[in-house]
Design a protein around this ligand. Structure first.
Ligand SMILES: C[S@@+](CC[C@H](N)C(=O)[O-])C[C@H]1O[C@@H](n2cnc3c(N)ncnc32)[C@H](O)[C@@H]1O
Length: 265
């Protein structure tokens, strides 16, 4: 039987390749027999698109129940993959960042989705405050539910709307650590994130995509990219790239990278 790329989110399996329906159904039925917790099968029929990072998903077989709970490192996330972005492949990145957070930090996530970074941090570091913003109303509703589901009401503060409007109004010069988990807005978000750092010092977890042949990206190239963005925004500052980490391939020869930037005044 032909192997078909797939991902499993809660009870939903998403097949990532367009084949004949019969081929997809045979593959799905075999998987469902082996893993009875898979109850719904969808087929991804578009790339991830738009600023909300959604994708077209078509029902293939099983139950027509599209809301699911995904579990990761002891936390549960309610979501509907038809209406919200979610990727199990970012699980390690969420834990990596949660492990870096120190006591009593004030954190800002520009692009929260259904809240997986925020909940991961909150449950590791109860003394920090996490402000998180989401523009997609449906994802925002799940974010609010997931905050309650994981008992994080005391230190996660959700905001519905556009980070590029909300951050200058509420967060300039207030934040110790910023999360920018949206490569699509990497260039636009970096200067806004910098302005939100308290006394121009702190950490920005930037995410970018880049054309690469291997899972490597040259540190000098990333530095040059950052200098260029900061110069264009008339920002003069010192920064150090502490970590560049390959996250995943998002297309042939296009890598998704995490870049940890430390700023000091
Ligand atoms: C790539 S997803 C990441 C979501 C989440 N951090 C995760 O890892 O699952 C980016 C999210 O940012 C939201 N978004 C896009 N532009 C935004 C903006 N200007 N302000 C706030 N949220 C935005 C999208 O709706 C989407 O949910």
């Amino acid at each position: 039987m032909k192997s078909i790329p797939f991902e499993i989110i809660g009870h939903i399996m998403i097949l990532r390749e367009r084949e004949d329906t019969k081929v997809l159904e045979d593959f799905a039925r075999k998987k469902m027999q082996k893993h009875p917790y898979i109850r719904t099968v969808l087929v991804q029929i578009s790339k991830i698109y738009g600023k909300e990072r959604k994708r077209e998903l078509k029902f293939l077989l099983g139950e027509e129940e599209f809301e699911t709970t995904y579990r990761e490192h002891g936390n549960g996330f309610l979501l509907n993959p038809i209406h919200t972005f979610f990727s199990p492949k970012l699980s390690y990145e969420r834990q990596r960042i949660a492990n870096l957070v120190k006591e009593r930090e004030t954190i800002l996530n520009f692009f929260a989705g259904v809240g997986p970074f925020d909940v991961a941090i909150s449950t590791k570091q109860q003394t920090c405050k996490i402000h998180c913003i989401e523009i997609n109303d449906i994802a925002y509703n799940y974010l609010c539910k997931n905050i309650v589901l994981n008992k994080c009401q005391d230190n996660i503060y959700p905001y519905s709307g556009d980070a590029f409007v909300i951050v200058p109004k509420l967060f300039y010069n207030k934040i110790n650590r910023v999360l920018l988990p949206l490569p699509l807005e990497a260039e636009k978000s970096l200067p806004v994130a910098y302005e939100s750092l308290k006394e121009k010092s702190g950490v920005i977890h930037w995410q970018i995509t880049n054309h690469v042949q291997t899972k490597q990206i040259r540190k000098e190239d990333v530095e040059e990219k950052i200098h260029h963005i900061l110069r264009n925004n008339k920002i003069i500052c010192d920064f150090t790239i502490k970590i560049i980490r390959f996250i995943r391939w998002i297309a042939p020869r296009i890598g998704h990278f995490a870049v940890d930037l430390h700023f000091s005044n």
